[in-house]
Write a protein that binds this ligand. Structure first.
Ligand code: KG4
Ligand code: ZN
Length: 443
């Protein structure tokens, strides 16, 4: 924010931003009748360099509870194959929500095809946003901010959401906030924790939810990502490990294809999980056991390429039931993840890497977090290490607009809206965007 803008009140600053947005870049302002202070602010605003999209390293206090203001934020998500938008209030209420899924396209191409996904996003983005706003019964002008996933993700797809969000923000003079997709997955569980606390104690204010945030190990498991991360009290992240090849979600999807499962309407992961559960119910004995990946590497990295190949070989052999293969694959995939998660908790507790306070929570997020086998295995680990297990409701484990709006709200509460809002003009999406510094061995 420019120095002159800082001197203005919130309302004037918003009006000023509207004016700046409407003016062509090289407009001569001197003869347009502006008051001196406004002219100064306009000049500075127009020259102001495009801001970097980085987390602001300034964990001062939240402004919201002190002012007693509630924030209403529109979140937009198009990083992969779901066009999603949601209007969320800082008290944890979802006011409006809309999503256009691309399952049929994925079925057609056997996965996400970036160009086709981009076209589908472009086709649905406007209606998705209007639906969310209509459901919330508010106009764009009533929003306190527009937040959008700026990365990481598929560049072509990210751009669709970004352009829609920046057009809204610029045209209506509303603060624009960029959101890190993985951070949004990590934070969304807090929203439900806040909502349930408020049900128990209606006086509970949002601030508590943020002050209370305990250091956590976050297991992020989706189609595009597979990471073990440590989040500290201030909302900073360290990466303990990640996949060296495929993500666990990709492996589930690939196995569904190898087994030629009908994935229509549910996706590869749930189809494999369902088949494995059905086979387990039959109670038959099986000699099929897949090796657990990477056991000789004592780090927190993961690998699913070898397991995928082992499944392919088992399918080609032709002597196993599909259900038997699905069951053995899921068992090995989950066990691998559990071993790495347990090590991450131990690292954090023993101070083996550059960590501060001991962790108190295990948070799981991303699409694969809806897998019931994984959830119950994590419950055991959390119990063993005396950690609280925090998992968002299944619907909010996969990509959604609510998590984007909520991540923006948490950041606003922590850092203040004015510190975070950026001028979207000239910004670019970030297909690659690490959430934090890698602190595992070999760093
Ligand atoms: O978070 P998400 O919606 O999108 C990405 O950012 O990738 O995750 C989608 C991934 C897919 O690979 C899907 O097969 C997997 O999550 N998934 C599951 C389950 N539900 C979704 N994998 C295993 N078991 C499930 N129940
Ligand atoms: Zn995701």
């Amino acid at each position: 924010m420019s120095a002159a803008e800082q001197e203005l009140g919130e309302k004037d600053r918003r009006k000023l931003r509207q004016k700046i947005a409407a003016l062509p870049r090289n407009t001569d302002l001197s003869n347009l009748g502006y008051a001196p202070q406004e002219l100064k602010a306009l000049r500075e605003g127009m020259q102001y360099p495009q801001l970097e999209i980085e987390t602001v390293d300034n964990a001062e206090t939240s402004r919201l509870p002190k002012n007693g203001k509630e924030w209403i934020v529109l979140g937009i998500e198009t990083s992969c194959d779901d066009t999603a938008a949601a209007v969320v209030c800082s008290d944890g209420r979802i006011l409006g929500e809309s999503v256009a899924k691309q399952d049929e396209l994925n079925d057609l191409y056997g996965g996400v095809k970036p160009g086709a996904a981009r076209d589908a996003h472009a086709q649905h983005i406007e209606a998705t946003i209007s639906n969310a706003l209509e459901q919330a019964a508010i106009s764009v002008e009533q929003l306190d901010a527009v937040a959008v996933t700026m990365g990481p993700g598929l560049e072509l797809c990210l751009r669709v959401g970004f352009h829609a969000a920046s057009a809204l923000a610029v045209q209506h003079g509303i603060p624009f906030l960029s959101v890190h997709h993985l951070e949004a997955h990590c934070l969304v569980a807090n929203m439900f924790r806040l909502a349930s606390r408020q049900q128990e104690d209606p006086r509970a204010v949002a601030e508590d939810a943020f002050q209370e945030q305990a250091p956590a190990i976050v297991l992020l498991v989706s189609g595009g990502h597979c990471q073990l991360i440590r989040r500290d009290r201030q909302g900073h992240y360290e990466v303990y490990g990640g996949t060296v090849d495929d993500s666990i979600g990709e492996a589930f999807d690939k196995v569904a294809r190898l087994l030629q499962l009908d994935v229509a309407g549910c996706g590869g992961g749930p189809a494999v999980e369902r088949l494995a559960a059905e086979w387990a119910l039959e109670g038959k004995a099986s000699s099929l056991v897949f090796p657990i990946p990477m056991r000789k590497y004592r780090n927190c990295n993961m690998s699913y390429a070898g397991l995928k190949t082992a499944v392919r070989l088992a399918v080609e052999k032709g002597s196993f039931d599909k259900g038997e293969i699905a069951f053995a694959f899921q068992a090995a995939a989950v066990k691998h993840l559990m071993e790495r998660t347990a090590r991450a908790i131990e690292w954090s507790k023993s101070g083996a890497v550059d960590s501060g306070d001991h962790v108190r929570e295990l948070t799981v997020c991303g699409g694969v977090a809806s897998n019931q086998q994984l959830r119950s295995a994590l419950q055991d680990i959390a119990q063993k290490h005396a950690l609280d297990l925090v998992v968002p409701p299944v619907k909010y484990c996969t990509d959604n607009g609510v998590m984007i709006a909520w991540a923006a709200i948490e950041k606003i509460e922590r850092y203040g809206l004015h510190t975070l809002q950026v001028d979207p003009r000239g910004l670019e999406v970030r297909a690659r965007w690490p959430l934090g510094k890698y602190v595992g061995p070999g760093r």
